[in-house]
Design a protein around this ligand. Sequence first.
Ligand SMILES: Cc1cc2nc3c(=O)[nH]c(=O)nc-3n(C[C@H](O)[C@H](O)[C@H](O)COP(=O)(O)O)c2cc1C
Length: 438
Amino acid sequence: MFIGAIGCEPLQLARVQLERSESLETYQKHGGYESLRKVLDGMSPDDVIGELKKSALRGRGGAGFPTGMKWSFVPKDSPKPKYVVCNADESEPGTFKDRYIMERDPHMLIEGMLIAAYALGSKTCYIYTRGEYRYIIEIMDRAIAEARAAGLVGEKILGKDFACEVYTHSGAGAYICGEETALLNSLEGLRGHPRMKPPFPAVAGLYGCPTVVNNVETLTAVPDIIRMGGEAYQKLGTEKSGGTKLWSVSGHVNRPGVYELPMGYADMEKFIMEDCQGIPNGRKLKAVIPGGSSVYIMPASDIEGKNVTMDYEGLVAAGSMVGSGGFIVMDDTVDIFESTKNLTEFYKHESCGWCTPCREGTDWLVKVFKRIARGEGKPDDAQLLLDLCDNIEGKSFCPLGDAASWPIQSAIKKFPEDFRRHLAPLAGGNGHKSLSTL
Ligand SMILES: Cc1cc2nc3c(=O)[nH]c(=O)nc-3n(C[C@H](O)[C@H](O)[C@H](O)COP(=O)(O)O)c2cc1C
């Protein structure tokens, strides 16, 4: 497994392979908490938010919302307490970069959260991890205790007039709790159902108070942005997608791992074939899901010779999305019908049941997939899957419904043969009207 940066100096992966990288001693030896010191020594909250805006940092949890702008939505004059919540749910299939940061460099997250808390006028931070990350809570708790003993968490941080507590909280293992409002419900001890937006968490979040929810990778970018300045950070990437990005690479590549690349890295084909050292066993590239399972699947023909740049704009132009950066590579042995069926079963299992289109729709999708897999598919079943997706996408209460629809829509569009093959036996080779028009 490869861990490191390509095409840039490592920022978020700078320390992860050092001995005792999780310790405060190692972190401080390599510049740790100096950005917090810089902030407390002479920057106003507005200065910090200004640097974040200049950095063009976009949220790494999936939606890519500009972080500085999100922070600026928190009302300054609210008499209510304000909260900083780290989304460490990381349940997106194929995504394992947040886990890696927390395991190996937990103080980077604590420092990022403290700087966020200072900028937002918050005294309380929560780190919400998925249920399966119990061991990470232990690592984080140890790091928080170490930071508290060193005067970096608690009262009078670094001797200044700034107090802040950091707490960890474990989910119980539900994908929906990565959705920020379901996460907030879960953190309050309620069932992890999403909330209506607006109001957005920045205005009415945890306990109805102004709250910023950010992904682990987003928050751990903050110390470097403060250290080097927002403009310099932005220049590492592109105008609209600043800085560097972590990609967790899995599947059919010779060198899977966590890769840090400058935003706008050119290009995706080179990344797969050279940096990830190509496809094992002499097989051919068939498809890539670049941003965790909740994005459109890309066939090799949309990647090879197409100079796809790896940033928000480049991937949208190429027909997919950055999403969570969970980069899943598939060779030509993969049956896209089967892999999409597998993902659909995941979304059905994880649908929280709160809204009808997602609860009922994902169940129907699985039923149709299973029927086709049993060899009992009907000629119109591919079209039926698309119709079901159409009735879920944009109609569910939260984006989980969209996330369940997109892989299917793109799989049928880009890999009709893989669906046709499964439907062929029943039709006895006499053709499928709906499939032939795909
Ligand atoms: C079903 C679903 C699951 C999600 N899971 C995660 C997750 O595991 N981690 C994450 O950071 N964001 C996840 N998100 C996105 C969050 O709702 C939110 O956009 C993010 O935490 C905001 O942080 P950012 O601006 O730093 O990206 C998920 C969204 C949906 C709809």
